[in-house]
Design a protein around this ligand. Structure first.
Ligand code: PMP
Length: 334
């Protein structure tokens, strides 16, 4: 009898299940399906990006054994780069804005990354976390992952997330919905799906205070009113990963709606999610309501609530931010 060969953790990124969101499917008459990206080794959709960027850099000879990866990240990409880096023999240096959840920052240190917490600054400021990462790479001869403008990011979603959704729905997917951080998930996945069937809608979910809704709806990146506490999304510029992407529809989802959705999913369906998942699902529900029953709408469950216990799952913190965990689902998506 031959023994099955097993592989390391870098061979177990992706291949995540598609989970039916029961109550929301019943309410809309559509199949609302969430791709469980929180089940990846580092607990988020960004493990795919990390693996894609590292693999491409190895192919191009930009990363050599014992090399150092540096990246500016809201946390999840850094977690993916650190874990996959360790599996492949690289060291990670992570630059993260100090506004990100303490759980992600602590986790990065625990995993073994060298972490630099920096003040949150806009992209136009030279102190922005991405510019710091780029400068450190230049000064030290390190590899800069550059997730926002390195299109190995969208490529990995084109090669993995898109084909998985196509297979898992047996080609019956009618729309793919995703928020934008770098845009890798939305662009790569939807470009693949459109190639299989041009009738599949590409739908952008945006939090308030970000520019993607405005970009895809009106063709300019004017900043909208409001803001959001969602981490990892809320892009203000057209990244190289977003460049050239056409979307069929964009929706803005407010934090209270997203929060009501993730609290409902925890209490009634045992899904423990972060807020970007709630923004995604809010837009999937809006699209279902607009399109009418009978559609199959797929979105991303980006990461889990474990990373936000001190914020999203802390009543005092929610109250201080004018958010109500007891707001009913029906009131939120009514
Ligand atoms: N949700 C979370 C929690 C994230 O960390 C990210 C990535 N920053 C996203 C969504 C967005 O993914 P993408 O970068 O592929 O647009």
């Amino acid at each position: 009898m031959s023994i099955k060969t097993y592989h390391g953790i870098d061979h177990h990124v992706g291949g995540t299940p598609l989970i039916r969101l029961k109550r929301l499917s019943e309410l809309t008459g559509c199949e609302i399906l969430g791709k469980a990206e929180f089940m990846n080794p580092g607990g988020s959709v960004k493990d795919r990006t990390a693996l894609g960027i590292i693999t491409e850099a190895e192919k191009q000879g930009l990363l050599k054994p014992g090399g150092t990866i540096v990246e500016g990240t809201a946390g999840n990409t850094g977690i993916g780069l650190t874990l996959i880096g360790q599996a492949r023999g690289y060291r990670s240096v992570i630059i993260i804005p100090e506004t990100q959840s303490p759980e992600k920052i602590t986790l990065l240190r625990t995993l073994g990354a060298e972490v630099h917490c920096v003040p949150a600054k806009p992209y136009s400021d030279t102190g922005n976390y991405n510019h710091i990462a780029r400068r450190l790479a230049e000064e030290n001869g390190w590899f800069w992952a550059n997730q926002f403008d390195n299109t190995a990011n969208r490529l990995v979603h084109y090669q993995t997330t898109g084909p998985e959704i196509w297979r898992q729905t047996r080609g019956e997917v009618s729309a793919f919905v995703s928020a934008v951080g770098t845009g890798g998930t939305l662009a790569g996945t939807s470009i693949y799906l459109k190639e299989q069937n041009p009738a599949i809608h590409t739908v952008c979910a945006d939090p308030y205070g970000a520019a993607m809704w405005s970009w895809f709806t009106h063709g300019h990146t004017d900043i909208d009113d409001g803001d959001s506490i969602a981490e990892g999304i809320g892009q203000m510029r057209v990244t190289s990963n977003i460049e050239g992407l056409n979307v069929d529809k964009a929706y803005r989802i407010d934090d209270q709606t997203a929060l009501s959705i993730i609290y409902h999913l925890l209490r009634d369906e045992g899904l423990f999610l972060g807020l970007s998942s709630g923004i995604n699902i809010g837009a999937a529900v809006r699209h279902a309501q607009e399109q009418g029953p009978g559609k199959t709408i797929v979105t991303i469950l980006c990461d889990s609530g474990h990373k936000y216990q001190s914020k999203l799952y802390n009543r005092d913190w929610l109250q201080a931010n004018d958010l109500d965990p007891d707001f009913t689902l029906e009131k939120a998506v009514g």
